[in-house]
Ligand binder design. Structure first.
Ligand code: ADP
Ligand code: MG
Length: 696
């Protein structure tokens, strides 16, 4: 962490900021006065006027003044202090649940107060709970704010008022040009010259004039906000592009086009590659023949055949004498890949090795040795692949499957882990969660993208119905009929935000009930708490058609591939996100027979849940579903970056501001080309060092 600088930009030069406060400000990633300027308000309060108490309405945030007429402690389930404040136009109750003795002493009859808070309807008229207040002698003493008052994100030990006092000094310095703020976007790149400069924009954002519309500010539509939004989006865009530029300076093994293994592999496949698959394989082959590391994202809807594409790339690496690794987000999917790759590649004389965190010590040591000695040519596993102690001796290509489960941080960390003496391995990232184009332009600006935009021939869309839990009987009958007709069925038990143990229990109970209710139906169970071998046994029995009905938790969400399964029941579907439902449903409809999916819901549906389930009923198109998901849930959830923070923005919002993104992308290209000296300063201004601190 940087320590505060000592020049005129130093925090310590500000009144009220000693070493202690400066240290606390660092927690907000504020290290200098300039950083303070980019600590932007969350929202605003109007303290520019005083409202008559008689005019207040519930729901409003208002500033009022008055005299305490009554002050009383009420004892009930919780002790509280109630003060009745009046200004001659009406009265309001101030309610304090937590209060000190001193507070109680001061808030007594006859005291005059200036208060700010949210008006609510109480039992005996209007009230404010824990308003901000200050003592006044007379109404005329009150100094009204000349601007709307900003509310800043705070941290422990630095209160709103302290922060405001600190901010007002910095803002004054900016105004008087004592603090220099460089314009980092050259005029030539500005499409819209109406937008204010960064300095004007900041002055306005921190102190909007009283006539500024609060709604406009809340929606990010003010023109000053637009200036800042553009800069912030640009900084994020640049930082992602910078990662790519840095990667392109690195060395990677040249994996020349080879044909022996790939031809053998293709001729053994029971199908022809689709045009889309061939095109994407072409993109990859072109990349890995170069001596810079490939960073390619392959997007392809559920069932579009990404695994075969990965296998083709891996074969080319192997024939060039390199090792390859494929990493999956869940143990179950990794196991599936292991089986698949063994079946495909062992006949070609290729060693396929399994590595998971759950392997016993001896087996793990053996796997690690094979990886070390390069005997392992294909290594399949979970993130255990990149844990300490696992050293590949000749890793040429990493495939990361179903990347939507990994955030940007993990992606970067992986890159580092694969680093070895011959440079970085090529990286292929695969996802079934299509990201709308504008969002991908920023979130994946460090990657090249290929899209498998075609499903293998003969696929029939999955017919989807939404059914209340109350009709469970009928659903069970439908399952029975399907099994008797020789079809295979998934029954998915979901309990979100519950422990894996509870999920497993629910699935176990359901399996028992169904197996008691269904005659002659072979029922089996799979969940996350089972041992790896057990899971594998059940999955291969299901694949072999020895099981009719597989009761499962959401462990089967990604990657499971049993083409004969053609009916899926999902319990509590209303609790799942669209992307997850789409993934789950993608387990059926993989063969050439008609498939169906029953979304069962519990109780009555909220509006949001109703529209989500309707989307599932109406379309099988992953892109369409992703667009709807974005509308309903926002980009943090869709990108899986909500927790990782890298895409956390101060003022911009990838969803709300997406129409600005193409302009920003164009600006970024121009900057890299003609004004590279502005790239670092822009990134530093908005993101600081965040991208550099990366851990898995
Ligand atoms: P996903 O893109 O969801 O990972 P998979 O790679 O699991 O899809 O492929 C889904 C199914 O489609 C598998 O059974 C696979 O063998 C099959 N498949 C892949 N490519 C083709 C193709 N070109 N023609 C027919 N079936 C294919
Ligand atoms: Mg897959």
């Amino acid at each position: 962490m940087k320590s505060p600088t000592t020049d005129s930009n130093s925090l310590l030069k500000l009144k009220g900021v000693g070493p202690k406060v400066a240290e606390k400000l660092q927690r907000l990633d504020i290290h200098s006065q300039l950083d303070l300027l980019f600590h932007l308000p969350l929202r605003y309060q109007d303290r520019s006027r005083i409202y008559p108490i008689g005019s207040l309405r519930p729901g409003e945030e208002r500033q009022i003044q008055g005299e305490i007429q009554l002050s009383d402690i009420k004892y009930g389930r919780q002790r509280m202090l109630l003060c009745r404040l009046s200004d001659g136009t009406g009265f309001i109750t101030l309610r304090f649940f937590h209060f000190s003795n001193a507070q109680k002493e001061h808030l007594k009859r006859g005291t005059k107060l200036l208060c700010y808070g949210e008006v609510r309807r109480g039992k005996a008229g209007l009230e404010m709970a824990h308003p901000e207040y200050q003592f006044i002698n007379d109404k005329d003493d009150i100094e009204l704010d000349e601007n709307l008052s900003p509310v800043y994100p705070t941290t422990e030990g630095v209160h709103q008022l302290t922060l405001r006092k600190i901010m007002s000094q910095v803002i004054a310095r900016l105004k008087n040009n004592e603090l220099q703020l460089a314009a980092l976007i050259p005029d030539a790149l500005m499409k819209n010259h109406q937008r204010p400069s960064i300095k004007e924009a900041l002055l306005m954002i921190h102190n909007p004039p009283v006539d500024t519309k609060l709604e406009e500010l809340a929606d990010g539509e003010h023109i000053a906000q637009q200036s800042l939004i553009i800069e912030e989006l640009l900084a994020h865009h640049l930082s992602m592009r910078q990662l790519r530029v840095e990667m392109q300076k690195e060395q990677a093994p040249v994996l020349n086009k080879q044909t022996k293994l790939t031809e053998k592999f293709l001729s053994a496949l029971p199908f022809e590659l689709t045009n889309a698959q061939q095109k994407v394989i072409g993109d990859i082959v072109f990349d890995i023949e170069k001596s810079t590391p490939m960073q390619r994202l392959v997007q392809g809807d559920v069932g579009s055949g990404k695994t075969v594409v990965a296998a083709m790339a891996m074969l080319q690496a192997i024939e060039s004498g390199y090792q390859t690794a494929i990493m999956a987000p869940t143990e179950l999917l990794a196991e599936q890949h292991f089986q698949n790759f063994k079946n495909w590649l062992e006949p070609l004389g290729i060693n396929v090795t399994w590595l998971s965190g759950k392997l016993k010590t001896a087996a793990k040591r053996e796997a690690i040795e094979k990886i070390n000695s390069a005997e392992a040519q294909v290594v399949v596993g979970t993130h255990a692949l990149f844990q300490q102690g696992v050293d590949f001796s000749k890793l040429g290509l990493i495939v990361v499957d179903e990347q939507h489960r990994f955030g940007v941080h993990q992606r970067l960390a992986l890159r580092e882990k694969g680093n070895h003496k011959e440079g970085y391995p090529h990286q292929l990232i695969m996802t079934a969660t299509p990201i709308p184009r504008t969002l991908a332009m920023t979130a994946y600006a460090d990657l090249d993208c290929s899209i498998i935009d075609e499903l293998p021939p003969g696929r029939i869309p999955v017919e989807t119905v939404v059914i209340p839990e109350a009709k469970r009987e009928a659903v069970v009958q439908r399952v029975e009929q399907a099994c008797h007709d020789g079809r295979q069925v998934y029954w998915v038990c979901t309990l979100i935000e519950e422990s894996e143990a509870l999920q497993a229990q629910a699935a176990e109970d359901t399996a028992n009930l169904l197996s008691a209710a269904l005659n002659k139906v072979r029922v089996a169970l799979v969940h996350g708490r089972m041992k790896a071998e057990q899971k594998e046994k059940v999955m291969s029995a299901f694949k072999a058609g020895e099981i009719d009905l597989l009761v499962a938790t959401t462990v089967i969400e990604v990657g499971v591939d049993v083409p004969n399964a053609s009916l899926m029941i999902i319990e509590n579907a209303e609790r799942l996100g669209l992307a997850q439902l789409h993934q789950l449903r993608g387990r059926v409809g993989r063969g050439s027979q008609e498939s169906a999916c029953v979304l069962m819901y519990h109780g009555s549906l909220s509006d949001n849940a109703r529209s989500r389930l309707a989307v599932m009923r109406e379309t099988n198109d992953g892109f369409e579903i992703a667009r709807k998901d974005l509308e309903l849930r926002g980009p943090g959830e869709v990108l899986g970056t909500k927790q990782t923070g890298i895409m956390q923005m101060r003022i911009a919002d990838l969803q709300r501001d997406q129409e600005l993104i193409p302009e920003v992308a164009e600006m970024a290209s121009q900057l890299f080309q003609h004004y590279p000296e502005y790239v670092e300063p822009l990134i530093n201004r908005w993101i600081g060092q965040a991208t550099k601190y990366i851990t898995v």
